[in-house]
Ligand binder design. Sequence first.
Ligand code: 13P
Ligand code: SF4
Length: 328
Amino acid sequence: MGDDLKTKGFLDIPVDLSLDLFSEINKLKKEKNAIILAHYYQDADIQDVADYIGDSLGLSQEAARTKADIIVFAGVHFMAETAKILSPNKKVLLPDLKAGCSLADSCPADAFFEFKKMYPDHLVISYINCTAELKTLTDIVCTSTNAVQIVESLPKKQKIIFAPDKNLGAYIKKKTGRDIVLWDGACMVHEIFSLEKISNLKHKHPNAKLLAHPECEANILEIADYIGSTTGILNYSIKSDCNEFIVATEAGIIHQMQKSSPNKSFIPAPPNNSCACNDCPHMKLNTLEKLYNCLKYEQPEVLLSADLIEKAKRPIIKMLDLSKQLGL
Ligand code: 13P
Ligand code: SF4
């Protein structure tokens, strides 16, 4: 079992095909006082068995407040790490330890440490999509929901380094007009949307609203009707009078959009390659079978040193406190 975790990142134990995994998972949750937190980019069946589905801010708030003994994080590694940092006495499980994030990988802590030295009078704001090590080099963490408000809450003269997402950083810089130095990182999913194909789609569907995540490149954001986090995009589609939407973020969010508005239609924005989908390969490493094994055998577990937890916690708590003050 241990070897599987090291080499594969998950428990490769065959699951009895005759089992109804939904009811088995629900039974295990009750027995173990466990909660399943899922990000909107997870497969539909994982979202459907989760206790809480949300964006990065909502998931971290839920991880901090839950009374469960076990948190199963259906998301990627930095999210489960954040849950462990906020609830260090709970067991935090991740169905596949190899569910990483290209954005978090684009900012290694040692390289960032050197970069930071060049800007000694700057405050570091890091997007939550980064490693726990990077969080220890950060003053305030943010998510796509609160990034603009957190920057605006700082004194006007405060110089800022924003890491790791250059697209979200450039968007915040434009919205706030603040002095911000950007780390050159990006998300592999949001970077490949094709302006040409999206423009053609808009032409074919003139009434459709283009909804984009701020991790998208500036040329896509420029033509978007709405820019926001996954929760923002979902809420916009629910409230809007419009019946058709082009969705420029990971396609998993469409499951909740369609569930909330069954009579509206949602078109995934096409990427710049021959593939018709825009799935995050990291998010999609989690499966219902891996989730079931993970809950049953309580592995793989996310473990962090007490020192790392203590240092990475400060900027996350600052974000949660500021979000509360801002009513988010
Ligand atoms: P939000 O759900 O917080 O908008 O983040 C999107 C994302 O890229 C998560 O990996
Ligand atoms: Fe990371 Fe992008 Fe996947 Fe989100 S969608 S987990 S930012 S690679």
